[in-house]
Design a binder for this molecule. Structure first.
Ligand code: GDP
Ligand code: MG
Length: 229
């Protein structure tokens, strides 16, 4: 799989200020993890290349889009940025359903956020697609002086808990921020192609005969519906 991913050519399209892009394919991913680990900043940095220090804490959900062209298909990664506050967990659980890929973020200077990774994994497996792919991300790697979790510990955790891959990132400096989403979009595209081989790539997965995957892993762009706020 990794080889296929590396071989795939991808062109990242900058997200426009006014998002009126009509994509051929839309994939949904969610970003989860404890409060303040940098989920919103990472989503913003990964999609726009910006870092906003005074970013307002997410209440409920925020949406971001990441656009890329692969094999002449314009793909939208629809990123659901969830809040980690306890009070909102029941709300968040409803949105796990139908997610193809989850990015689980901890901060390298926040032990609790790392210790809670297992709990997040359990939630993810319980409430989303059992085949959900997971990426583990140790964010804030610019804060080397405050580091509590080594890169090796992060990597080991990602192996032990069946994550597809592991990255350290910095939403502040931009380190690896875009790479996470590039890998995500490539992986989702390859999976999509596998499940839809022999089918029309533009059918939104509806003709796959695998209704679950067609419905859960891929949402055909609903052009009339405003999807970003
Ligand atoms: P969320 O609750 O997980 O969405 O966290 P936020 O994205 O709102 O970020 C929480 C705080 O951490 C904010 O003050 C950010 O400025 C800061 N922050 C986020 N990412 C980074 C990073 O990579 N490095 C540093 N130094 N600070 C970060
Ligand atoms: Mg947030």
């Amino acid at each position: 799989m990794e080889e296929e991913i590396n071989k795939l050519d991808i062109e990242v399209i900058p997200t426009p200020k006014i998002d009126n892009i009509k994509s051929d394919l839309t994939f949904k991913l969610i970003v989860v993890g404890n409060p303040s680990v940098g989920k919103s900043c990472l989503s913003l940095q990964g999609t726009t290349g910006k870092f906003e220090d005074s970013y307002v804490a997410t209440v409920g959900f925020d949406f971001y889009s990441f656009f890329a062209k692969i094999e002449n298909q314009l793909i939208r990664l629809q990123i659901w940025d969830t809040c980690g506050q306890e009070g909102y967990r029941s709300l968040v659980q409803n949105f796990y359903r139908g997610t193809a890929l989850a990015i689980l973020v901890y901060a390298i200077n926040d032990i609790k956020s790392f210790n809670d990774v297992g709990t997040w994994v359990k939630q993810l497996k319980a409430y989303s697609n059992p085949d959900v792919k997971m990426f583990l991300v140790g964010n804030k790697n610019d804060l080397e002086n405050e580091r509590k979790i080594s890169e090796e510990e992060g990597r080991k955790c990602s192996k032990d808990l069946d994550f597809y891959c592991f990255y350290e990132t910095s939403a502040k400096t931009g380190f690896n921020s875009k790479e996470v989403f590039i890998k995500a979009v490539k992986l989702l595209y390859i999976n999509y192609k596998k499940y839809n081989s022999g089918q029309n790539m533009n059918d939104g997965g509806k003709k796959t005969g695998n209704k679950k995957l067609g419905k859960d892993l891929l949402e055909k762009e609903k052009r009339k519906k405003k999807e970003c706020c």
